[in-house]
Design a protein around this ligand. Structure first.
Ligand code: NAD
Length: 441
């Protein structure tokens, strides 16, 4: 079976490389020629553990990349994995998706049967719209939302919790059989395949992300109360999580969720509720709690120092979560922006080389216009904390493992704002640090 993947970002690249590893002949198509050039050399334009070695293993064998849509003519299955960012109203911007579908239409043979699979996260009704755009073509359109987690994407490709497939008509067995063949490896491993209609499949994706975001906002709201009354949110989370009906995942209080999915998907779901005259009470609150969380945390920092002008801070963690280079909606970047606006000096560090590189690139653009030379991204954590007035932990890495005794000797002022509750307060307090967590007394 020949497969093509349109869009080789975080989702498409994993899909292309993963399917190549499963033995399919795969072509990845992207409009970004610099990306395609790198990929064909076996170099990864993004950081994801284990991805580059798999890419090297298959590239120019059963996996190729191109900017041309021509090869999709021979594909049996076409996965569409282009970005669906947020538009100005908060809904998903389908511009890239529509343009990819139009290109598919221009390229493929009208009568040659193909399955077009929409992997991008798209609002309810989009698969129907895609089918309409491809009217008159011998194609079936399948909704197949993606659930991978950045930072664990390769693992998630090979060990998914479930595979969701939405079809126009469940009586039509042809596309169902083809998709079952594509995902045969997973089926044989016992991964549940949820076979449903388009609308249900589209909503499963938004429901899953909004639920996880709500869990985070719930514990973050509770952490503010814990902070006031002197309770420890870490112990509360642990005890709550031991109840299997609740579960311990996504119950860590902190400075809120970011990334390329949760914020935009929560917004798009709110939009879909409003568009259908249903009030999104809970989901709207999820979003609001998240937006306020970082402000609440920043105010903690501000009220400690009174004046941030001229103060130097080490920001530990730059990407929106550990083990990725993705800065989209990263809380660390939001904090950096807030600090710079108050005249503070920022020294940033992340364990992922590419996260540091991306941050440097990001601020190089802003540097002249907005802030001057008040931000430095360093390659070494100990250099980063040297002579700072405070340490701010922004990404959920296990910074506990670092040598805090050494750090205590390097900083100017021994103050830690732990935005991810990753440190053991007693340990650092013994070294003379003042410790401020999120809801930790
Ligand atoms: P991305 O921005 O990393 O990648 C999108 C890619 O599509 C880019 O390389 C871009 O150049 C390419 N592209 C855009 N228009 C194109 C066109 N017409 N033809 C060919 N290529 C085109 O995006 P992503 O993070 O991979 O997300 C893709 C989709 O998957 C989104 O809908 C997102 O919501 C969803 N999703 C993302 C994740 C995640 O963790 N990143 C997880 C689940 C679902």
């Amino acid at each position: 079976m020949k497969i093509s993947v349109i869009g080789t970002g975080y989702v498409g690249l994993i899909q292309a490389v993963g399917l190549a590893e499963l033995g399919f002949e795969v072509v990845g198509v992207d409009i970004d020629s610099s990306k395609v050039k790198l990929l064909n050399k076996g170099e990864c334009p993004l950081y994801e553990e284990g991805l580059e070695s798999l890419l090297k293993k298959h590239v120019n064998k059963n996996l190729t990349f191109t900017t041309s849509y021509e090869p999709i003519k021979d594909s049996d299955v076409i996965f569409v994995c282009v970005g669906t960012p947020q538009d100005k109203d908060g809904n998903a911007d389908l511009r890239y998706l529509i343009s990819a579908i139009k290109k598919i239409k221009e390229t493929i043979d009208k009568d040659k049967y193909k399955v077009v699979v929409i992997k991008s996260t798209v609002p309810v009704g989009t698969n129907r719209k895609v089918k309409e755009l491809l009217k008159g073509y011998n194609v079936d359109v399948v909704s197949n939302p993606e659930f991978l987690r950045e930072g664990l994407a390769v693992k998630d490709f090979f060990e998914p919790d479930r595979i969701v497939l939405g079809f126009e008509n469940l009586e039509n067995k042809k596309p169902i059989e083809i998709m079952e063949k594509v995902y045969e490896y997973f089926k044989s491993k016992g991964v549940p395949l949820i076979i449903t209609d388009w609308e249900t499949s589209e909503l499963i994706k938004y429901a899953s992300n909004a639920f996880l975001a709500t869990k985070i906002s719930f514990i973050n709201e509770l952490a503010k109360l814990a902070d006031k009354v002197g309770a420890d949110i870490k112990v509360i989370s642990k005890a709550m999580g031991l109840d299997p009906r609740i579960g311990d995942k996504f119950l860590n209080a902190g400075i809120g969720y970011g990334g390329s999915c949760f914020p935009k998907d929560v917004n798009a779901l709110i939009y879909q509720f409003i568009d259908n005259n249903v009030e999104p009470l809970l989901i709207k609150a999820t979003k609001e709690v998240n937006e306020r969380q970082i402000i609440w945390f920043f105010n903690k920092i501000k009220s400690y120092y009174k004046n941030l002008n001229g103060k130097t801070f080490a920001i530990l963690g730059l990407a929106f979560k550990p083990n990725t280079d993705d800065l989209r909606e990263s809380r660390a970047i939001k904090l950096i922006d807030m600090l710079l606006k108050e005249g503070a000096i920022v020294k940033g560090f992340d364990y992922v080389d590419k996260a540091r590189e991306n941050t440097r690139n990001l601020y190089k653009l802003k540097l002249w216009r907005d802030y001057g030379y008040n931000i430095f991204i360093l390659d070494d954590l100990y250099e980063t904390v040297k002579d700072v007035d405070g340490i701010i932990i922004a990404t959920e890495y296990n910074f506990n493992k670092e040598d805090w005794e050494k750090i205590s000797k390097l900083v100017k002022e021994k103050v830690i704002f732990d935005g991810r509750n990753v440190l053991e307060p007693e340990k650092v307090k013994k070294l003379g640090f003042k410790y401020f967590g999120v809801g930790r007394r």
